[in-house]
Design a protein. Structure first.
Length: 237
């Protein structure tokens, strides 16, 4: 990794590396190296675990009256590959990723590869500076998403928040659709999606239709940028 790219990355993430080999590896996809041990795959594995513990601890502290099930639902939405990819795109991290020939314009750069870079970067920060800077970086990136979870806790649920927003912004109401269901009758999973004024938002799966709709509403809130709006209106979050 050249010095200019490293300095840009450090400016974006607010952290300066002592070992420049770590960010170089974090931004190296397996398709771009001769040995997969030189890629970001192992860092991605570690970063995923660090992300989970930081988010779990934050939710545990922030929601003292939530039981395990509710905490797990929020955590699963926050640390999903979709969310990690979205944050990576917001930070424009994917442009620094070193990939093999033919992958430069791949849609995966905006999805799974972007998520992998974000997780690998977390691990690189952790290995270079310890838990505290990694935790600081994660909480900074997830501040608005955690604020949204806080808003859900205090104001109702994701569906009610989305309905209020849709009525105020579009003078319309969200329409939920059951897209698919899988599994035997005793162990089904349901896929739901929401549409507002003809605009479709990312679908979501869960073991009940109700919870699938809640997750679909959350995805819509993320896409609409309502998280940022709530954060500005409620700075205490």
């Amino acid at each position: 990794m050249d010095q200019e790219s490293l300095e840009q990355i450090e400016q974006i993430i607010g952290y300066k590396f002592s070992d420049r080999n770590l960010p170089a590896k974090a931004f190296s996809h397996s398709s771009a190296v001769d040995n997969r041990f030189l890629s970001n795959e192992r860092l991605e594995f570690l970063g995923d675990a660090i992300l989970a513990i930081v988010i779990c601890q934050k939710l545990f502290e922030r929601f003292p009256d939530y039981l395990e099930g509710n905490l797990t639902k929020i955590k699963s939405m926050l640390v999903s590959r979709r969310t990690c990819a979205r944050i990576a795109r917001q930070l424009d991290l994917q442009k620094f990723l070193k990939v093999g020939k033919g992958m430069g314009a791949s849609r995966a750069l905006l999805g799974s590869l972007a998520a992998g870079v974000f997780e690998a970067l977390i691990a690189a920060i952790y290995l270079d500076g310890g838990f505290e800077p990694a935790q600081k970086f994660i909480l900074h990136c997830f501040a608005e998403l955690i604020a949204q979870a806080d808003a859900e806790h205090s104001q109702g649920n994701f569906k009610s928040i989305l309905q209020q927003y849709a009525q105020q912004k579009f003078n319309s109401v969200p329409v939920y659709s059951l897209l698919d269901e899988k599994g035997p009758d005793h162990d089904k999973c349901f896929e739901s999606a929401v549409t507002i004024e003809g605009r479709n938002f990312p679908s979501a799966w869960d073991t009940t239709k109700k919870e699938a709709e809640q997750k679909a509403a959350f995805n819509a809130l993320v896409e609409l940028g309502v998280i940022e709006r709530i954060t500005h209106e409620h700075p205490s979050y």
